[in-house]
Design a protein around this ligand. Structure first.
Ligand SMILES: [Zn+2]
Length: 185
């Protein structure tokens, strides 16, 4: 797989970009030191409709599905989405703060959005993620660690790990051992 490169402005090179308005500046002097893995599908359990992209850009049509009514007013984002095909889309520069984690805590520090990169996998808690997504994620994690060395080998967590009372994603279907094998190999 082609090595991913991240430019000085915090954008992946040769990668699809859809800019989300849902971001702001990280606090001054914040080091990027954590990767948060999420799972999302819209509507839940359905893939490929383009609704995640619409959601992150505040363009979700509330009338298109009953579930959308309950979420269409939210302003959220992630830095990247990895589709079932393994295709990566970037929404927010890594230098900026995407709005993916909410109230959260990692290693005693709260507000994980401040210092993390949020990566959404298109998926569901209880359905196997696709092989190309693991390869795409491993590739992306390698690029992020190389560009932002404060992200050490332990600094990757599920949304469920940093907000356990509220969140279950990426869920039991996400195979951490498989990701780790790809990262080592
Ligand atoms: Zn999440």
């Amino acid at each position: 797989m082609t090595k991913l490169l991240i430019d000085d402005a915090g954008w992946l090179q040769s990668t699809e970009v859809i800019r989300s308005p849902n971001f702001d500046a990280r606090p001054d002097n914040t080091q990027i030191k954590l990767i948060v893995v999420h799972g999302i599908s819209l509507p839940p359990g359905e893939y490929g409709g383009g609704h995640i992209q619409e959601f992150f850009c505040n363009n979700l049509d509330a009338g298109a599905h009953s579930y959308f009514e309950s979420i269409c007013e939210l302003t959220v984002s992630a830095h990247c989405l990895i589709e079932r095909s393994g295709n990566v889309i970037q929404f927010v520069s890594f230098l900026d703060r995407a709005w993916h984690a909410g109230a959260s805590e990692w290693c005693g520090e709260t507000a994980c959005n401040d210092f993390s990169v949020g990566i959404e996998l298109e998926g569901s808690d209880d359905q196997a993620y696709a092989e190309p997504q693991y390869r795409g994620l491993a590739n992306l994690v390698a690029a992020l660690r190389s560009r932002y060395p404060a992200i050490d080998a332990e600094a990757i967590a599920g949304h469920c790990d940093i907000a356990p009372a509220r969140k279950t994603d990426p869920g039991p279907a996400f195979d951490w051992a498989r990701l780790n094998r790809l990262l080592v190999g």
